[in-house]
Design a protein around this ligand. Sequence first.
Ligand SMILES: [Zn+2]
Length: 308
Amino acid sequence: MKRHLALFTIALLLAPVAARAQGKLNVMTTTEDLASIAREIGGDHITVEGIAKGYQDPHFVEAKPSFILKLQKADVLVVVGRELEIGWLPPLIQQSRNSKIQPGAAGYIDASLQASILEVPTGQVTRAMGDVHPLGNPHYWMDPENGKRIGKEIADKLSELRPSDKAFFQQKLTDFSTRLDAAEKRWLAQLAPYKGTKVVTYHRSFPNFAERFGLDIVGYVEPKPGIPPSPQHTLDLINDMKRQNVKIVLVEPYFDLKTPNAIGRDTGAQVLVMPPSVGGVKEITDYFTLFDYDIKMLVEAIKKTGAK
Ligand SMILES: [Zn+2]
């Protein structure tokens, strides 16, 4: 009897919590970067979970059945877009049979719509070229200015879905943008002395980052986005790097270090594993610490090599 009473009391205490939880929009995002920004905008009015982990290549994510279950329950799905997720997301969305999050539905948010996109191809692009960036560079979140635009896209769409929370989402957006502006000033100041530093990156994950913070990307370990390094390309790259005195190679955490390390040995360049995403390493817990971490590592490396 006493035990029943205790359970009953617990049920009473939990009831209001459950009621409130029902009122929250259930937001799924394809990446942890988008999850972090969605969390900034939605606050405690939403629940958020990212699908791909920050240490995984966002082009090639293993489509697990558990993702379908999560998408079935989602009110909202935020995607990077520009075909970043084309290799794995469409079947998951289809199999979820959730009409709220199908492309074109009110709960489907393409975060790229207001963003500044680089490397948009002119002329005809075919898959035979092996290019995984057919609609421009999809790694656009690596510029805090685009972070604000992503935030605005999410705030606008959430406001449409929940008009009663519009003032809340817009206030959260203002707050996020203000803090991001302040942080961006700090990041720009940290890298200002090294403007024009020449770097090589493995994949084309960093053009927006380089443009914002004044790095000069002179080559890539991959001959084309999504195509593994070939001996001839590597040789040409090494010669280029020697000619231009490039001393930094940036590698995303999910690529094999064998070729970058060989390039490093031959050119004397430092090889840095630089995460382009939240969750890439455990220290990068949100969109702000992503830039904190990467910029600190980069500045230390540039100082050490004296490369510029
Ligand atoms: Zn890419």
